[in-house]
Structures are given as C-alpha cells and as structure tokens.
Design a protein around this ligand. Sequence first.
Ligand code: HEC
Ligand code: HEC
Ligand code: HEC
Ligand code: HEC
Ligand code: HEC
Ligand code: HEC
Ligand code: HEC
Ligand code: HEC
Ligand code: HEC
Ligand code: HEC
Length: 373
Amino acid sequence: MNRRRWAPVGLALAVLALGHGAAATDKPFHLLTPFSGAVVHTPQILLVFTVAPTTKVLIQVDGKPTEVTDVLTPGDHEDLHHIRLPLTEGRRTVRVLDASDEAELGALGLVFIPPSSLRTATGKEDRPYAFHTKEKEATCKGCHSLPETFETVADHPMAPAGKVCGACHPSVEAWPSVHGPVAVYECFKCHAAEFAPSRFTQKSSQAALCSTCHQEFLSKILGSRKFVHGPVAAGVCIVCHDPHGGKTSALVRDETPRLCLQCHADTVPLPLERSLHGKVTCTKCHDPHGGQTVVLSASTGNTFCAGCHAKIAENGGHPIPGHPIEAALDPSKPGKAMNCRSCHEPHGMKDVSKADIEHNEAAQRQFCRRCHY
Ligand code: HEC
Ligand code: HEC
Ligand code: HEC
Ligand code: HEC
Ligand code: HEC
Ligand code: HEC
Ligand code: HEC
Ligand code: HEC
Ligand code: HEC
Ligand code: HEC
C-alpha cells in the first residue's frame, strides 16, 4: 500500500486563525505536554511548550546538552516549540534553557521504561503518561483537529477516516513491513476509541488482543507443543513483536540473537564468532513460541544434531573411524550414554579442531583425556 504523510484535518485553516500568538500565555514557560513525573514507554516523546516569543532554546537531559528536533518551522509560531526528545531507559531530568544566557526557563522529570521491562517507577511524583485525555488534548485544539469522536471509513468502522493519526504518529506506519490491520488503518481494532479517562489505549497488552485474529496460530502453539516459551506462556507477545510493523514480515522488535539475548544474556559465550554456532540463528534450533522439548527444539539428542549434520557418522565413527557416538556409556558423565554433547556444547566455544586433533598432541591429549587416561 502506498503511504504518505497526512496533515491534520483543518490544520492549515486553524493555524491561520490562531496566527497571532493565541497559544502564548503570560508565563514565560508553559508546558502543554507532557507533565513532570510522566512515566513513558516509548523511546521518544514530544515536548510541547511555549516561551517568550523569539527566545531560542537549548535542551539539557541530566545536565548534558541534547540533540533534539524542533518539528515546527522556524518563524511559524515564535513562542511555540514542538520538540521530539529521545529518551534512554530510566529517570531523566529535562531542562529547557535560554540559548543566549543558559538561564533555566523550565524543567521536568521523566521516567522511560521500555515496554519489555518489568520495572516500575515508584517516585512520589510519578504518574503514567497518557496524552489522549480530554484535558491534554484540549491544549492542542485550535491548531490540531482532535474531535471527541473520529469519523470512521464507511465500510470500515475500525478505521478513522482521513488517516488522522499518522500526522502526529508517522512512525507507527513507517515500517518496511506493516502489520496487516495497520496497513488497512484499523487502529480501533486494537485501540479503544472512547475516553476512559484517556482514549486510544490498547484494548489489551496481552495475547488476548492478538488472539482475536491469530486464534488458529495460538491454538496450534498451545495445543500441539509440549513446552511453551516463558513469555508466550505469560501472554506477552509484544516483548518480541511490534504491533505495528517491523523490518521483516515477522514484525520482531530486534534481530536474533539480540532479541533473545535481552533475556538470555548468559546463555551463549560472547563474542559469537568464537562460539560453535555463532553463525546459526537461535531460532534455527529453538522455536520462539514453543517446542517438543524443554529447550523448545523439535527433537533431542543426536537426532537433533543430525538434522543439520547428517554426514557426521557416515564413515562408521566420529571423530575417528570406529569411535562411538551413541549407545556406549560416557565415562565423563556417569550413567549417561555417549552423544554429540559428550564432546560438543551447542553454545560452547570451538574448543577442538581437526588441526588440533591431527597435529597438536597436547591439545589432542587434553581433549581425549576427558574419557581416556
Ligand atoms: C495532535 C497530534 C495527535 C493526533 C492527531 C493523534 N495523536 Fe496520539 N498521541 C499524541 C501525543 C503527543 C502522544 C504522547 C506520546 C508522544 O509524545 O509521542 C500520543 C499518544 C498516543 C498513544 C499512547 C497513549 C497515550 O494516550 O499517550 C496512542 C495509543 C495514540 N496516541 C493513538 C492515537 C490514535 C489511534 C490516533 C488517531 C485516531 C492519534 N493518536 C492521533 C498526539 C496525537
Ligand atoms: C499554535 C498552533 C499549535 C499548537 C497549539 C499545537 N501545535 Fe502541533 N503543530 C502545529 C503546526 C503548524 C504543525 C506543523 C509543523 C510542520 O509540519 O512544519 C504542528 C505539528 C505537530 C505534530 C507533527 C510533528 C511531526 O513529526 O511532523 C505533532 C505530533 C503535534 N503538532 C502535536 C501537538 C500537540 C500534542 C499539541 C498540544 C499539546 C500541539 N501540537 C499544539 C501547530 C500547533
Ligand atoms: C494489532 C493491534 C494494534 C493495531 C492494529 C494498532 N495498534 Fe497501536 N498499539 C498496539 C499496542 C499493543 C500498543 C502498546 C505496545 C507498544 O507500546 O508498542 C500500541 C501502541 C501505540 C502507540 C503508542 C506507542 C508508540 O508506538 O508511539 C501509538 C501512538 C499507536 N499505538 C498508534 C496506532 C495507530 C495510529 C494505529 C492505526 C494506524 C494503531 N496504533 C494500530 C496495538 C495496535
Ligand atoms: C485485527 C486483526 C489482528 C490483530 C488483533 C492482530 N493481528 Fe497480527 N496479523 C493480522 C493480519 C491480517 C496479518 C497478515 C496476515 C497475512 O499476511 O497472512 C497479521 C500478521 C501478523 C504477523 C506476521 C505473520 C507472518 O506470517 O509473517 C505477526 C508476527 C503478527 N501478525 C503478530 C501479531 C501480534 C503479536 C498481535 C497482538 C499484539 C497481533 N498480530 C494482532 C491481523 C491481526
Ligand atoms: C521470544 C520472542 C517471541 C515471543 C514472546 C512471541 N514471538 Fe512470535 N515470533 C518470534 C520470532 C523470532 C518469529 C519469527 C520466526 C522465525 O523467523 O522463524 C515469530 C513469528 C511469529 C508469527 C509468524 C510466523 C509463524 O510462525 O507463523 C506469528 C503469527 C507470531 N510470531 C505470533 C505471536 C503471538 C501471537 C505471540 C504471543 C502469544 C508471539 N508471537 C510471541 C518471536 C516471538
Ligand atoms: C522477555 C524475555 C525473553 C525473551 C526476549 C526471550 N526469552 Fe527465552 N525464556 C524466557 C523465560 C522467562 C523463559 C522460562 C525460563 C524458565 O522457565 O526458567 C525462557 C525459556 C527459554 C528456553 C528454555 C530453556 C529453559 O531453561 O527452560 C529457551 C531455549 C529459550 N528461552 C530461548 C529463547 C530464544 C531462542 C529467544 C529469542 C527468539 C528467547 N528465548 C527470547 C524469557 C525470554
Ligand atoms: C545449533 C543449535 C543451537 C543454536 C544455534 C542455539 N541453541 Fe540454545 N540450545 C541448544 C541445545 C541442544 C540446548 C540444550 C542444551 C542442554 O540441555 O544443555 C540449548 C539450550 C538453550 C537454553 C537453555 C539452557 C541454557 O543454557 O540456559 C537457552 C536459554 C538457549 N539454548 C538459548 C539460545 C539462544 C539465545 C541462542 C542464540 C544466541 C541459542 N540458544 C542458539 C541448541 C542451540
Ligand atoms: C540448524 C542446523 C544445525 C543444528 C541443529 C546443529 N548444527 Fe552444528 N553447525 C551448523 C552450522 C551451519 C555450522 C557451521 C557454523 C559456523 O561456521 O559458524 C555448524 C557447526 C558445528 C560444529 C563445528 C564448529 C567448528 O569448529 O567449526 C560442531 C562441532 C557442531 N556444529 C556440532 C553440533 C552439535 C553437537 C549439534 C547438536 C547439539 C549441532 N551441531 C546442531 C548447523 C547446525
Ligand atoms: C568423542 C568425542 C566426539 C563426539 C561424541 C562427537 N564429536 Fe564431533 N568432533 C569431535 C572432534 C575431536 C572434532 C574435531 C576433529 C574433526 O574435525 O574431525 C569434531 C568435529 C565435529 C564437526 C566439525 C568437523 C566436521 O567433520 O564437520 C562437527 C560438525 C561435529 N563434530 C559434529 C558432531 C555431531 C553432530 C556429533 C553427534 C552425532 C558429534 N560431533 C559427536 C569429537 C566428537
Ligand atoms: C566423552 C568421552 C570420550 C572422549 C572425549 C573421547 N572418547 Fe574415545 N571412546 C569413548 C568411549 C565411551 C569409547 C568406547 C569404549 C568401549 O567400548 O569400551 C571410546 C573408544 C575409543 C577408541 C576405540 C575405538 C574402537 O574402534 O574400538 C579409540 C581409538 C578412541 N576412543 C580414541 C579417542 C580419541 C583419539 C579421542 C580424542 C580425539 C577420544 N577417543 C575422545 C569416549 C570418549
């Protein structure tokens, strides 16, 4: 689908009508949105404030000057600023300074908690930030069209007409691969249209939301896999999937292994290039939703490894002809039979090579001595 940015309905007219500082206040600094103590879950936020006309501003985060974009064209509204402020995880103090003498015009505290985090903010001032309350939206009226009810497309009661959201939320649709319902602009399938007290909150953050359309997929996972992956069992699909889109059609928030290492940082030795399967993506061996084994793989033991290394024991033994890889007891693991993992760790380092075994007697002895004295 061909996408372009949409201007807010009625914006041009409204801006003309307000041209002479109607939004200015007597106060030198007036914050329209957000508020101090706002707890936000997006890695950037829009700061809208007014200062005395023609004042150039500087933004500091935790005492350091910060690169920001003021999305308003200079000279457009001389007292108004629309600043897209990037955030890093945790508590941040944002100060707005007069660029000419660095005098503080205003300050606010913000807490950014990424959606995948289980942390909460407990400061006295902290309150969850929702912009789409009647009160906050009212501060933008006159310039932006935010009617109490959005008209919807005639045969699409879940799609706001005129694509009015994209003007303020371009990033939601700006993915190489856009999620099915977002591509047809069915925002209200997942976001409630009514104020309660804020509107457009997601109807659920849990798998229940996804299951309204992916019931078949979910019953396949929950019904046929013996073991379900932790976050899937907890119903939190959105730790891995962005509900709006992604770089690929799987809509994942990050590439593997980074996606997995967020929660399993101590599983694989780093750097990955030195590990046995550094070039094999995690999901080639583990199903991210669930599997037939406790480690979410399709099978266990040598059958699992043979899925990709079928030729290993072709000449009647490995690593040397006649050497057992199964059945015989493993001297290094009392009571267990030999298998590939007697000698190789799937996430381990490449601790033994052909060259070592053939030419490096010390290495050979050290390795073989695990079982042979
Ligand atoms: C006038 C600009 C504007 C328009 C139009 C707009 N939004 Fe927003 N919206 C915001 C701002 C500002 C935030 C706060 C987050 C930020 O700063 O990025 C926000 C936040 C949100 C959030 C997070 C919850 C919240 O209340 O903070 C959702 C969901 C959302 N918008 C959905 C929508 C949908 C759906 C539409 C169209 C029906 C829409 N928005 C139209 C400006 C707008
Ligand atoms: C005095 C008029 C005025 C007021 C008040 C105002 N805006 Fe705007 N806003 C504009 C204009 C004009 C633009 C278009 C900027 C451009 O494209 O150059 C704009 C653009 C935006 C955009 C699009 C930014 C982008 O990425 O292109 C967002 C989001 C936005 N405004 C949010 C808000 C919110 C939220 C409020 C209320 C807290 C608000 N504005 C109050 C005039 C206003
Ligand atoms: C499949 C369900 C689904 C659809 C469809 C959907 N959203 Fe969302 N949206 C969510 C969920 C879940 C969240 C909260 C998770 C998050 O923050 O990533 C969210 C968060 C948001 C946010 C706040 C976080 C952010 O990314 O800025 C905005 C804004 C938003 N949606 C706008 C929209 C708009 C506009 C549309 C329609 C074009 C839309 N959404 C369609 C599920 C959906
Ligand atoms: C309103 C219906 C609807 C909801 C709700 C919904 N989806 Fe989807 N989803 C779709 C459609 C339609 C497609 C595109 C299907 C296709 O192309 O085969 C899709 C595709 C996907 C894909 C890509 C599938 C593939 O084969 O590449 C993923 C991943 C996905 N959705 C995850 C989710 C998650 C996670 C949620 C919950 C946050 C969710 N969806 C909620 C309708 C929905
Ligand atoms: C731990 C991360 C993670 C979680 C949690 C997760 N997914 Fe996925 N999902 C993935 C990855 C990675 C892929 C891509 C699979 C691949 O490349 O083999 C994927 C693919 C998909 C697909 C499309 C491909 C397919 O297998 O048919 C759908 C649909 C999907 N996920 C839905 C969901 C739903 C619904 C939930 C919540 C119940 C969920 N996912 C939870 C990581 C996750
Ligand atoms: C949001 C956190 C999170 C992400 C992201 C995540 N996992 Fe997990 N994973 C878990 C939790 C929680 C468990 C359950 C642990 C338990 O039961 O002890 C788990 C269990 C597992 C297990 C089973 C091992 C065991 O000890 O039970 C495997 C294998 C696994 N994850 C692989 C992956 C892969 C591959 C990815 C990337 C596609 C991934 N995980 C992404 C949280 C996560
Ligand atoms: C070549 C296949 C393969 C690849 C690639 C692979 N694993 Fe594994 N993984 C396994 C096997 C086999 C086990 C069972 C090991 C055991 O029981 O000791 C396992 C066990 C696990 C476990 C549970 C036991 C533990 O060590 O905590 C987690 C979590 C895990 N893998 C995550 C990952 C992640 C994350 C990646 C990607 C960086 C990955 N795996 C890549 C095969 C693989
Ligand atoms: C999904 C396919 C796949 C599975 C399953 C798999 N491997 Fe591999 N394995 C590979 C690929 C591909 C390479 C080459 C990787 C590289 O060069 O980084 C490799 C490389 C290796 C190597 C040689 C590394 C070196 O020194 O160059 C060993 C040993 C190995 N695998 C053992 C195992 C064992 C043991 C298992 C079962 C626990 C297993 N593999 C399961 C695909 C797989
Ligand atoms: C008795 C210990 C031992 C067992 C058991 C073992 N290997 Fe190996 N493997 C080695 C040694 C030593 C090397 C390095 C010598 C070489 O390259 O031939 C090696 C090399 C490899 C290689 C890389 C070289 C090649 O030939 O492709 C792969 C892949 C591999 N093993 C897979 C497996 C699989 C799969 C199993 C289980 C079916 C397994 N190994 C069982 C000791 C073992
Ligand atoms: C994980 C344990 C283990 C390691 C490591 C190991 N072996 Fe073995 N090896 C065995 C077992 C078990 C047998 C079978 C013993 C039996 O049948 O009594 C065996 C048998 C042998 C045999 C006799 C094969 C035959 O034809 O009967 C040779 C030779 C041998 N190993 C050489 C090596 C060499 C060389 C290395 C180092 C590259 C090595 N082994 C590493 C466990 C191991």
